[in-house]
Design a protein around this ligand. Structure first.
Ligand code: PEP
Length: 258
């Protein structure tokens, strides 16, 4: 099956309002060079409104074809959850996507697979596409535990999903040792884990459904290494942190996945 690649920019806690608007407009202006690839921007939640306006998002769609995503959400629909935002709030702001289970949240905020799975179910119920992040720490890779750790995270973070649900998720494989370090996984290392993830998805859903699920790679993706990653059979796009903060580089990465 041919999968439409998806390249998402995770701006993390960077930029200000004016910088967010300028970056969104620059990505929209150059977006045509990555035709055929789904392009998504995930600004800090406080700037979703400004970025949505800059992209002229209406009913989740922007004229230039740039999607909007949250970096996180809570798993409950509303209530006494100070500081949190819900799936329906993201939808209300024009989002079609939400990053869930990013390693920074797993590590710094102690998010568990159970909580992430609950968020994934809530996102799908609100018709958001969850981008579910998994990936091993450096010590786990060095101890040859990558497959064990990633398998546990995939099974745990997708617990309780039906095959139809699974067909709607995007997975991001992000080896933690490659995030923000400038140390990218080799295409072979990434492909090995992507193939593992696809085989797990085949088991959890079916081989046919697994064949249609997009699996992004994330971890120091740059314009200079994107093409080699894109050439791998099971790498269907990228989740980009640092390099998504500059429009030309981000678009060059997206274009590599055409
Ligand atoms: C990320 O945070 O999802 C990420 C991949 O960051 P970077 O591209 O900066 O490594």
């Amino acid at each position: 099956m041919s999968r439409t690649s998806i390249v998402a920019g995770n701006w993390k806690m960077n930029l200000d309002r004016a910088g967010s608007i300028a970056l969104a407009k620059a990505v929209a202006a150059g977006r045509a060079q990555a035709g055929g690839v789904d392009v998504v921007l995930c600004p800090p939640s406080i700037y979703l409104s400004a970025v949505g306006d800059a992209l002229e998002i209406s009913a989740g769609v922007s004229p230039a074809g740039v999607g909007l995503g949250g970096q996180n959400m809570w798993d409950q629909p509303s209530g006494a959850f100070t500081g949190e935002i819900s799936a329906s709030m993201l939808v209300d702001m024009g989002c079609r996507y939400v990053i869930l289970g990013h390693s920074e949240r797993r590590t710094l905020l102690a998010e568990t697979d159970e909580l992430i799975a609950s968020k994934v179910r809530a996102a799908l119920a609100a018709e958001l596409t969850p981008i579910v992040c998994v990936g091993e720490q450096l010590a786990e890779r060095e101890a040859d535990r990558t497959h064990e750790v990633v398998s546990r995270q995939v099974r745990g973070s997708l617990a309780g999903l039906t095959a139809d649900d699974l067909a709607k998720v995007v997975i991001a494989y992000e080896p933690v040792w490659a995030i923000g370090t400038g140390k990218v996984a080799t295409p072979e290392q990434a492909q090995d884990v992507h193939a593992l993830i696809r085989s797990l998805l085949a088991e959890l859903a079916s081989p046919g459904i697994a064949d249609g699920i997009r699996i992004q790679y994330g971890g120091s993706v740059k314009p200079g290494n994107a093409a080699d990653l894109a050439a791998q059979p099971d790498i269907d796009g990228a989740l980009v942190g640092g390099a998504s903060l500059e429009a030309d580089g981000f678009l060059a990465i997206a274009a590599a996945f055409r």
